[in-house]
Design a protein around this ligand. Structure first.
Ligand code: COA
Ligand code: MG
Length: 292
């Protein structure tokens, strides 16, 4: 199932946890990493565990993911040990250094699933795959070493800026500057090459709804399947932007019908435009994402 919106909720905030639960996101991400200060992390772990436990698997309207700390931080196993009794649906892995990090997390999850009586391989993984300079060079690995737990790939521009020593990630025109645009495109291609969901990064200016709408439409146009959110008000906009419009579904159905009528044709024409097999593939995907 395609997840359109993933809402980050700092796990040390009772108020935000309660508000996040009813925000309408396709997935919540209880954050134990960058939105939680070091002294608050133990409390955030306990609160995430409690939140998960109050809404056990099978009784959740939306999947609950947890963003743990990076494997390099030394805190990831402490995070996992704390939250696993609550049965999270997925783990967001920040600062992932290629598929090796995702594989290591997957092995940890194998053990935790057995320990807590959870179905084996049921916890999914979403790596944030561009948060270090080295990680960008390893994006192609996700296609060559496929991990069944992977749901998608997402990218991060804030940590990458720090890793590069960049003073910002956008140019004077407000657009991503070259290194970030490149990482974003590579993440999209890596996700698609590995048959994974391609999840657009956060839009930090959370009061700018029109800017979010324009950027999200563009992201979907380019092939992204969903987006990370940082504020509940962003969720309905993202949900709306990452579904095909009525016109798109209508056109997709016409393309599928035209090929069905000419089963031996490699190309068809509709309203004076040529459509070939890649268009048919995309049309089928559009109808599938729209729910058949
Ligand atoms: N999840 C759940 N609830 C949230 C929320 C979130 N991500 N962001 C804001 N809210 C709540 C607020 O607590 C507030 O609740 P209230 O009406 O009961 O007081 C309400 O939504 C309105 O919030 P608002 O006043 O507009 O924003 P704010 O100044 O309180 O918070 C941020 C702004 C950016 C600090 C906040 O949105 C946030 O913490 N976002 C997540 C950050 C994060 O997780 N970053 C890591 C990934 S990059
Ligand atoms: Mg970060």
């Amino acid at each position: 199932m395609n997840l359109r919106s993933f809402l980050f909720v700092p796990a040390d905030s009772d108020k935000k946890l309660a508000r996040g639960a009813v925000a309408g996101a396709d997935a919540l991400i209880l954050d134990l990493e960058d939105s939680v200060t070091a002294p608050n992390k133990p409390q955030a772990r306990a609160m995430a565990r409690e939140f998960l436990g109050q809404r056990p698997r099978g009784q959740r309207r939306t999947p609950f993911w947890v963003r743990i700390n990076a494997l390099s931080s030394g805190a990831a196993l402490t995070d996992l040990a704390a939250i696993m009794p609550g049965g999270p649906d997925g783990i967001v892995l920040p600062k992932a250094e290629g598929v090796a990090d995702a594989a290591r997390l997957s092995h940890y999850l194998d053990a935790f699933e057995v320990q807590h009586g959870l179905p084996v391989q049921s916890i999914r993984i979403l790596p944030i795959a561009t948060e270090t300079a080295g990680a960008v060079f390893r994006l192609g690995e996700y296609a060559s070493h496929r991990l069944p737990r992977l749901l998608g790939l997402t990218w991060g521009a804030e940590d990458l800026a720090t890793a590069l020593g960049a003073l910002g990630n956008r140019g004077a025109d407000g657009q991503w500057s070259t290194a970030f645009r490149t990482s974003r495109a590579l993440c999209l291609m890596a996700a698609r090459a590995a048959d994974l969901q391609a999840v657009e990064t956060v839009f930090v200016d959370f009061r700018d709804s029109e800017g979010l709408r324009t950027a999200s439409r563009m992201a979907r146009h380019e092939g992204f399947t969903g987006r990370l959110a940082i504020h509940p008000d962003q969720v309905p906009i993202i949900n709306e932007c990452f579904v095909p419009s009525k016109e798109e579904v209508e056109r997709a159905r016409r393309i599928i019908a035209a090929f069905a009528q000419s089963p031996n044709a490699g190309t068809v024409s509709i309203d004076g435009l040529m459509y070939d097999i890649p268009h048919l593939t995309q049309a089928r995907r559009t109808v599938e994402v729209a729910g058949g």
